[in-house]
Ligand binder design. Structure first.
Ligand SMILES: [Zn+2]
Length: 380
C-alpha cells in the first residue's frame, strides 16, 4: 500500500534540511506545506518562544472518511550535532551519512513514515480514522517542545511516537527521570602561598561523586553524573563547582531514593572535609535542586494502540514485541497527561553518532505496520 521508493525520497529530502534543536524553522516550513498539500488542517504553535527556538510544534488533523477514535502520530523535527550539511549515502540496504555528520534518521525516518502513510491513504481514497499529527521541536535537549504543547488541541488519546531503533520493538514502558544540579561552594585561597586557608570545592565534589552509586543500579534504575564545571585557575583553590547529573527508574520509590542518595553524598563529603581556620569551622556549602525531567511511560499490553500494532504486525507477517526502554521520548510527556502512546522503532541505528544509519527493510516494515494499524483503528 505504501510506496517505499517515495518514502525513501521523502527521507532523503528531509535529512538534507538542517534542523538542529532550536533552529527547526526551515524544516517546519517545509512540513507545513507538505501537510497542507495532503489536505490537513495545519497550525504551528507558539512553543518556539517558550523554548527559545525559531519554530514551534506543528499540529495537523486529517478528518478521514472513517469513524473511530482519533489516532496520534508523532515524531520530532530537531537533530543533534554535528547535523548541518548532511549528505546521505545509499549503501546497499541502508542509508548512512558521509561520515562527517549524523544522518538525522533520528527522527526524520519517523516523519517520512508519517507523510508516506498520509499520502497512501489519500491517493487510494481509503477510509481512515481521524489522524492527528504532531511534529515537535527540541526533543533532543529534553523533550522541550512536547512539554510546551497545548494538549487541549488534541482529541486523540491513543497513538504512536516513531522515535526508536529496531522496527521489531514497540516500547510501552520507560522510566521516569529526575535531573540533579548541585553547586558546591568552598573557599578560595592562593594555592601556593596559603592553601590551608582554602576549601576546594572540586575536591569536595570529587569525594561526593566517589561515594555515589552510579551506572546501572538494578534492572530498572540508572544514574549518571554527566557535567562538571568549576574552578578559575590552576593556582587558586577553587571555591565553586557545579555538578549536573540524572537518575532514572521505572519505580518511583527507587527514583526518589536514588536522587536523595546523590544529594546526600555531597552533604556527607562536605561534612567530612571541614577545616578549622582560627576560631572558625569552615565547611563547603551545598545547594541542590532535583527537578522531574519526565514521568514514566507504562502502557498495558491491552491498550488500544498496542492491540492495533500487534494485529497490523500479524497481517504484515512482521515480528513485533512489546518492550521496556531505558530512554525517554515525547511519548513520556503525552502519557503523563493520561494519553496512551507507544514508541515504535523505525530502523534507525547508532543514533547521535556520525556512524548513524537507517536500515531500509525495517524502515519499510514500520511504514507498512503504521498504515495497517490505522486500518485496524477505523470502525467499519
Ligand atoms: Zn529521537
Amino acid at each position: 500500500m505504501i510506496d517505499t521508493d517515495r518514502m525513501t525520497e521523502t527521507f532523503l529530502t528531509l535529512v538534507r534540511i538542517d534542523s538542529p534543536s532550536f533552529e527547526e524553522r526551515e524544516i517546519a516550513e517545509h512540513l507545513l506545506t507538505e501537510l497542507r498539500t495532503l489536505g490537513g488542517d495545519v497550525i504551528m504553535d507558539d512553543s518556539g518562544a517558550a523554548v527559545g527556538g525559531n519554530a514551534g510544534n506543528i499540529f495537523s488533523r486529517f478528518a478521514g472518511a472513517g469513524r473511530g477514535p482519533a489516532v496520534l502520530l508523532s515524531a520530532h523535527m530537531d537533530t543533534v550535532s554535528p547535523g548541518r550539511g548532511v549528505r546521505p549515502v545509499r549503501d546497499g540496504q541502508r542509508i548512512r551519512s558521509d561520515g562527517t555528520t549524523i544522518l538525522g534518521a533520528d527522527d526524520k525516518s519517523g516523519i517520512a513514515i508519517i507523510l508516506e502513510v498520509l499520502r497512501a491513504f489519500r491517493e487510494r481514497k481509503l477510509p481512515h480514522p481521524p489522524i492527528e499529527v504532531v511534529f515537535t521541536v527540541c526533543e533532543e535537549p529534553g523533550l522541550m517542545g512536547a512539554k510546551s504543547l497545548h494538549l487541549a488541541r488534541l482529541s486523540a488519546q491513543d497513538g504512536l511516537v516513531l522515535d526508536s531503533g529496531p522496527a521489531s520493538s514497540l516500547f510501552i514502558r520507560g522510566p521516569a527521570a529526575d535531573r540533579l544540579e548541585v553547586t558546591v561552594r568552598g573557599r578560595a585561597a592562593h594555592a601556593g602561598v596559603c592553601p590551608e586557608r582554602g576549601m576546594s570545592a572540586i575536591q569536595v565534589a570529587a569525594d561526593a561523586i566517589a561515594r555515589m552509586r552510579l551506572g546501572r543500579l538494578d534492572h530498572e534504575t540508572t544514574a549518571n553524573i554527566g557535567l562538571i564545571e568549576g574552578g578559575t585557575a590552576v593556582n587558586i583553590v577553587p571555591d565553586r563547582v557545579t555538578v549536573r547529573g540524572e537518575a532514572r527508574s521505572h519505580d518511583e520509590e527507587k527514583l526518589a531514593a536514588q536522587s536523595a542518595h546523590m544529594v546526600r553524598c555531597f552533604h556527607d563529603a562536605a561534612a567530612a572535609r571541614s577545616i578549622r581556620a582560627g576560631q572558625e569551622l569552615v565547611q563547603a556549602e551545598i545547594e541542590s535542586t532535583i527537578t522531574r525531567d519526565y514521568n514514566r511511560m507504562r502502557l498495558g499490553e491491552g491498550a488500544p494502540v498496542v492491540q492495533w500494532v500487534l494485529e497490523a504486525a500479524r497481517q504484515a507477517k512482521a515480528m513485533i514485541r512489546c518492550e521496556s526502554t531505558g530512554g525517554g521520548c515525547d511519548a513520556n510527556v503525552f502519557n503523563s497527561h493520561g494519553m496512551r502512546i507507544a514508541n515504535l522503532g523505525t530502523g534507525m541505528r547508532e543514533i547521535h553518532t556520525t556512524g548513524e544509519y537507517l536500515l531500509l527493510e525495517e524502515f519499510f516494515q514500520t511504514g507498512r505496520v503504521v498504515f495497517s494499524m490505522l486500518q485496524q483503528a477505523v470502525s467499519r
